[in-house]
Design a protein. Structure first.
Length: 590
């Protein structure tokens, strides 16, 4: 059992880490640009040498590194692959090298790349997390902290494979590609080749699923751990509970834009390596997305689709995923997939990718949230226009709820009641039909000559290796940035904004920011005794045994929780964002 740690969120002590180098001679007193370069270097070296573990990063750290977090609390020996973790920091270090030419940034990027080489699964992808202490230490984490994260079902089970979820494999693969292209280091070429092999091996072959990808690969036996369901009496009439289609990790997934991310990585390999052999699997993937659009009048997509016939339902039908992701169409996924159809049209010139967009938009018009639903559930406000999930056939919204206080006495269920939904998984989404319609009208109205000219600049037309965009951490590289002649410009950063970041860094060599997520320390498995209250039904965390992250300013309104200040700490997301602004200031792309 792990030793329980305690700390007071509102009264953290001063920074316990030593600064790592101070100023760099004359640069510190020179121009703002010189000061910015000096600040970038000090912050990067500090993150590399003091904060990272062997070049690997998580998401957040208390200043003395006594507690560290990825999406959940992490052991000090762990790194998080999910953005904004290890590969995100690696991109930022490499971008800083591109901006300055200073080898200190390349050394930091190299160290992170080597961490990812070690973390790479033998099949070629990456898991959400890696533990440098070894597989037994990682299994121990899953059996303690992971399994007690009530709302984080992907961390409740040790799979032993790799995942496409949350873009971890995609961003790691992109970074390894850039590292190889930088100095043609054979160590990184081997990692890139393995990553490409992983993407191709995981791609479904044949049938309606041809060209799509599962959430995890290779397939793992006993690949899910279902939550206990001890209180069926607490379910309202007509509610459903559990994972409707079993092991969701082996179905075709569009969750977190898996198809779009994998296609983009392959396009980067076509453009950066001249790998024209990857054009065919790219086309197969694009066709899979188009093929799995459901028939009118519900012409959308689900988070998952069956890869093969199952339970009397045909391959290609929308499938359930986690127990709070029911079998349904997903409005936000439909919006993303329509946007991807626009991208596929732009790079192919094939009007077939636009042909059924009007059907998708027509369906989205039929399933909006009502004014009453928004008024009666504050979590459906904030500009949300649509329910997240819509039932197949009936076109009625499906809303997720939960009862209990932790994973051992609680569970999720789904029904038609729009009230009292969880805060951690939004029951509503902002779907901008007008913007989608505008883009469709513009693309559909293009002349044949304009379409041909556009498609001629596609990365699919590459015949030899070329350059990739200069920066990857300032904003996400998109399909348009890979077109011939495209210039991926950097955001404008004023001298005053740069100076403010330099001043904030000060002499401590790192930035501190309020951390919006904390966790309960692991104290053993939670009680299985029935809890019929409602203190946790719409909160990010359950009782003190729940290891899910939550905002200390918005805890459950029940003892022993009290509202506390967010602790000051080190955030990789904050570091990447601030370093990116200084990069854009000292070496902008215009």
């Amino acid at each position: 059992m792990l030793k329980r740690r305690t700390f007071v969120l509102s009264s953290l002590g001063p920074l316990a880490l030593a600064a790592c180098g101070g100023s760099d001679g004359d640069d510190n007193g020179g121009s703002t640009a010189a000061q910015a370069r000096n600040a970038m270097k000090r912050a990067a070296v500090f993150m590399d040498q003091q904060v990272s573990y062997r070049g690997g990063y998580v998401w957040q750290y208390l200043p003395d590194l006594s507690v560290t977090w990825g999406e959940m609390e992490a052991k000090r020996t762990m790194c998080w692959i999910q953005p904004p973790g290890t590969p995100t920091c690696g991109h930022a270090m490499l971008d800083a090298y591109h901006a300055t030419g200073d080898e200190a940034f390349y050394a930091a990027a190299e160290r992170t790349a080597l961490a990812l080489v070690e973390a790479q699964h033998p099949a070629g992808g990456w898991n959400y997390i890696h533990d440098f202490a070894g597989e037994e230490s990682l299994k121990h984490w899953y059996e303690t902290i992971g399994i007690n994260g009530w709302r984080l079902e992907e961390f409740q089970h040790y799979y032993g494979n790799a995942t496409f979820d949350d873009a971890g494999t995609a961003v790691s693969s992109q970074f390894m590609l850039r590292m190889y292209l930088e100095k043609k280091d054979a160590r990184f070429k081997a990692a890139v080749d393995k990553a490409i092999g992983f993407v191709l091996a995981a791609q479904f072959s044949g049938g309606v699923a041809d060209g799509g990808w599962p959430q995890r690969f290779p397939a793992a036996a006993n690949a899910i751990t279902s939550m206990p369901r001890p209180n069926p009496q607490l379910l309202p009439a007509g509610a459903f509970q559990g994972m409707e289609d079993g092991d969701y990790t082996k179905q075709v997934t569009f969750n977190d834009d898996v198809a779009g991310e994998n296609i983009k990585f392959l396009l980067l390999c076509v453009k950066g390596l001249g790998r024209t052999d990857l054009v065919a699997p790219i086309h197969r993937a694009m066709e899979c997305l188009r093929r799995l659009q459901q028939p009118a009048p519900q012409a959308g997509w689900g988070l998952q689709h069956l890869a093969a016939d199952q339970g009397g339902r045909p391959a290609g039908a929308p499938a359930g995923a986690r127990s709070y992701e029911p079998r349904a169409l997903a409005t936000h996924t439909t919006q993303t997939n329509v946007q991807q159809l626009f991208n596929y049209f732009r790079i192919t010139g094939d009007r077939n990718y636009l042909a059924r967009v009007p059907e998708a938009l027509a369906w989205l018009e039929t399933c909006k949230l009502t004014a009453q639903q928004i008024a009666e559930n504050p979590l459906l406000g904030g500009g949300r226009t649509h329910p997240t999930f819509v039932a197949l056939g009936t076109n009625q919204a499906r809303f997720v709820h939960r009862y209990g206080s932790n994973i051992w006495n609680g569970a999720y269920y789904v029904d038609g009641d729009h009230r009292n939904t969880p805060s951690h998984y939004s029951a509503g989404r902002n779907v901008n039909i007008a913007a989608l319609q505008k883009t469709y009208d513009e693309l559909a109205g293009m002349s044949d000559a304009a379409v041909a000219e556009m498609a001629a600049r596609s990365p699919l037309k590459v015949t030899q290796a070329g350059e990739l965009p200069k920066y990857f951490s300032l904003r996400e590289v998109d399909f348009a940035d890979l077109m011939a002649g495209a210039v991926m410009t950097s955001p404008a950063v004023s001298e005053a904004d740069a100076q403010a970041l330099i001043d904030d860094l000060g002499t401590k060599d790192h930035w501190l920011t309020p951390l919006s997520q904390v966790t309960n320390a692991y104290r053993g498995n939670g009680p299985s005794a029935e809890y019929a209250g409602d203190a946790y039904r719409s909160k990010h965390v359950g009782d003190p045994y729940d290891t899910s992250p939550y905002d200390p300013q918005d805890p459950p309104l029940v003892a022993p929780y009290t509202k506390k200040d967010r602790p000051l700490g080190i955030s990789t997301s904050d570091f990447v964002g601030k370093l990116g602004k200084l990069i854009a200031y000292v070496a902008p792309v215009k």
